[in-house]
Every structure is written in C-alpha cells, then in structure tokens.
Design a protein around this ligand. Sequence first.
Ligand SMILES: [Zn+2]
Length: 85
Amino acid sequence: MPRAYKKTKVIYRPLGKEKAYGLADTTRNTIELDTKLEGYRHLLYIIHEFYHIKHPDWSETKVRKESSRTARFLWDNDFRWVEIK
Ligand SMILES: [Zn+2]
C-alpha cells in the first residue's frame, strides 16, 4: 500500500536571526519561510525547502539545481502568488 500523503506545513516568520530565507524540518514535516520573501524568490524557496522534505537524500547542490529549474519553469509559464480574499 502506498504511503499516505502527509501535508507539509508551511510557517511564515522572520528568519533574519537564522540568516536564511527558508528552513526545512524533515522530522516535523515542516517548512519555515521568511516573511520578506516575495515574487520569484518566494516561489524558489518554497520549492527548495519542499524538495528538502521530499528528498532528504539529495545534496544541497542537487536541491538548489532542481528547485531552481522547477521555479524557473513555473515562473516562465506565468505562475504567480495571488492573495485570496
Ligand atoms: Zn537548501
């Protein structure tokens, strides 16, 4: 039986002290993103941290490369963040 999909929780908070735009906690299945992220970098970092969760065996270099490719592809195809009101 396939493993059940557990939704990864995304938390927004200022990460200045951590000197990072994003953090991934594979044990807690949680991503933390800096509140200052917007536009392309927001898309890039949410994918980057998600890949850390989904592929804990990948190196930082591989996560960087793959997240950058995915973010670039989505951005070039006009995917953007929209505030839902
Ligand atoms: Zn990383």
